[in-house]
Design a protein around this ligand. Structure first.
Ligand SMILES: N[C@@H](CCC(=O)N[C@@H](CS)C(=O)NCC(=O)O)C(=O)O
Length: 216
């Protein structure tokens, strides 16, 4: 048996897990849960993910885990000696990694995800026009935070130092989506732009950015 990732090919959270599986060179099966028809709320999936969301994994021994960032950490620790090292082992480097993870969750994801959902997912899923004022309010907050990112990234290659970590990869799904909203918050900040262009060029991201598929 191999690890199975249950998700939706173009969903940001499924891509967040898949990019890590590629970095760690872990073969996986991919099972599509059709978000467009609400399949994630079917009892068979609620049994595994009680919040009725995607993604979740069923590991080769039957172990079930949901929440994309928790899955990413589990994969990194299970396959610590394989592929790219994505969580530092040294105490202080690990502290800086945890700091970077918190920055992504507190200062990037809430604004980037709401902006992308308003401008891209809402019209695509409901046919409703985006609320431009709401979109702009999210971009304004994000821009303030990205100014700080730009300073941090003027001194180091990645968010936790000079080595790539999960904290960097966690940004990729919404960083990829943002330019499609028409915003220039990334390209207007040279160090942020350099950092993301480096991450987006990685073979792991190239393999999943247009849609996740299994490798086993
Ligand atoms: N914090 C969760 C978020 C999960 C989530 O929002 N998943 C979305 C796809 S990106 C989903 O399944 N939406 C369908 C729904 O909520 O019904 C994670 O990172 O895994």
């Amino acid at each position: 048996m191999v690890l199975t990732l249950y998700g939706y090919p173009i969903s940001t959270c499924s891509k967040r897990v898949a990019v890590v599986l590629h970095e760690k060179q872990v073969p996986f099966k991919f099972v599509t849960i059709d978000l467009a028809t609400g399949e994630q709320k079917a009892p068979v999936h609620l049994e595994k993910h009680p919040f009725g969301e995607t993604p979740y994994i069923v590991d080769d021994d039957g172990f079930v885990l949901y929440e994309s960032r928790a899955i990413a950490r589990y994969i990194e620790e299970k396959y610590a000696g394989q592929g790219t090292t994505l969580i530092p082992r040294d105490l202080k480097a690990k502290g800086l990694f945890e700091q970077a993870v918190s920055i992504e969750t507190a200062n990037f994801d809430p604004y980037a995800s709401k902006a992308a959902q308003e401008k891209i997912s809402k019209p695509a899923m409901t046919g409703l026009a985006p609320d431009e004022a709401y979109f702009e309010s999210q971009i304004k907050e994000l821009a303030k935070n990205l100014d700080v990112y730009d300073k941090i990234l003027s001194k180091q290659k990645y968010l936790a130092g000079d080595e790539i970590t999960l904290a960097d990869l966690f940004h990729l799904p919404y960083a990829e989506a943002l330019p499609y909203t028409g915003t220039k918050v990334i390209e207007e900040r040279p160090n942020v732009a350099r950092w993301l262009s480096d991450l987006r060029a990685r073979p792991s991201w190239q393999a999943v950015k247009d849609g996740v598929s299994g490798t086993a």
